[in-house]
Ligand binder design. Structure first.
Ligand SMILES: *Cc1c(COP(=O)(O)O)cnc(C)c1O
Length: 388
């Protein structure tokens, strides 16, 4: 099968750039190339583009433009939120605990662990249920007088589960603890209104919603004081130094606008395809389980485990059959270890090693889903029998 014709079912890893977004970006590579910090007209045009993008992002999340910080992506936003808030809060109040869920993206988890290993913070973990959901009451019980920041992922990249973020945020606000949520997956599919949801810090990344890679934003509400992670010039309210990536910032804002405008119809359509896919897989494949929540999950997200199958082998066979999917975790060939997230939801290694994530996008059709459903069962059987 021609690699270029492989059917793409890995939108949670990255979505292709929308052509309309690229068109909006192009003038800022070409004639409007100026440094937004420059006084002259070239600089002014670049500066105006950034401020217009900032206002559009602010409007989407119902915050003020001063609360939108552009970063190099979801990972950097998570780093700035966790590290920046932890340092700042400790300086002001002495608080040195970080409370996170066990199903965070590595950008949050590894940042928290570095703060523990090298900077004297104490990292504590919430528990999750069998679907990977955090119970708001657990957050209430887990916050201590010296907890600096709480972080709970909005919607999980690996298993698609959506957390009760509004309730969790309300508890943190009431207790005076900063609350961060990694909304990198959620922003592509859910309406997020920070006027109603008292989140202090929220991370997004453009390439998950058909924008360019390497650009993101941290929404930092007014009360959330941060120590910058990247120091230098006064860009981004002195929270993120470095010459602004003007075309990419313009691209992020345009992609977010298009995503928000088409959210309802896209979600409805994808949810129907997703449900057909889940039903078809569970019907045709023995010893298969859906991972993540059956209802409270991203509309484009289906994830499974197949007992006794080798996930990497299955991905290779799917690729040869013309389907680009994922195991859901960053599990590398050669060093197979079960995903922390699948362990956290209670799966034994014999199940967790056989994970498959299928994420749909705007180009996915019912025909594609049916084709996939036909191809998958014999490949799972092979991935079981060929396993070392
Ligand atoms: C993709 C992703 C990230 C990382 O974002 P980048 O923009 O790729 O750095 C962080 N968190 C979640 C949940 C993601 O899905």
């Amino acid at each position: 099968m021609d690699q270029n014709k492989a059917i793409y079912l890995d939108y949670a890893a990255s979505a292709p750039l929308d052509k309309r977004v690229l068109r909006e970006m192009m003038p800022y590579f070409e004639e409007n190339f100026g440094n937004p910090a420059s006084i002259h007209s070239y600089g002014q045009r670049a500066e105006a583009a950034i401020e217009s993008a900032r206002e559009r992002v602010a409007t989407t999340f119902r915050v003020t433009p001063q609360e939108v910080v552009f970063t190099s992506g979801g990972t950097e936003s998570d780093n700035l939120a966790i590290r920046g808030a932890a340092f700042s809060k400790r300086e002001i109040t002495g608080a040195n605990r970080i409370l996170i869920s066990p199903v965070e993206h590595h950008a949050v988890l590894e940042t928290a662990q570095q703060l523990s290993k090298h900077f004297g913070f104490i990292v504590e973990f919430l528990s999750v249920d069998e679907f990977g959901r955090v119970d708001p009451e657990e957050v209430d019980a887990g916050i201590k007088p010296d907890t600096a920041i709480v972080s709970v992922i909005y919607a999980n990249n690996e298993i698609g589960t959506i957390n009760p973020i509004r309730e969790i945020a309300a508890i943190c606000r009431e207790k005076g603890v900063l609350f961060h949520t990694d909304a990198v997956q959620a922003a592509a599919h859910l309406t997020i209104n920070l006027n109603e949801t008292p989140v202090d810090l929220l991370s997004i990344g453009a390439h998950k919603f058909y924008g360019p890679k390497g650009i993101g934003s941290l929404i930092a509400r007014k009360g959330a004081k941060l120590v910058p992670v990247i120091t230098g010039g006064a860009q981004e309210f002195s929270l993120r130094a470095g010459t602004s990536n003007v075309p990419y910032i313009v691209g992020l804002a345009e992609a977010l606008k298009l995503t928000s405008e088409n959210r309802e119809p896209n979600s409805l359509r994808m949810r129907a395809l997703r449900d057909r896919l889940i039903e078809g897989v569970l019907e045709s494949i023995p010893r298969a389980k859906l991972t993540g929540h059956p209802v409270e999950r991203l509309p484009n997200h289906a994830s499974f485990v197949f007992e006794g199958a080798d996930a990497n082998l299955l991905l290779v066979m799917l690729d040869m059959a013309g389907f680009a999917c994922s195991s859901g975790s960053a599990c590398k060939v050669g060093s197979p270890k079960p995903s922390e997230i699948l362990k956290a939801i209670g799966l034994s290694s014999n199940w967790a090693m056989g994970s498959l994530r299928v994420t749909l996008g705007v180009d996915t059709t019912l025909e594609i889903v049916e084709k996939f459903l036909k191809a998958l069962p014999p490949l799972v059987e092979q991935a079981r029998s060929l396993k070392a």
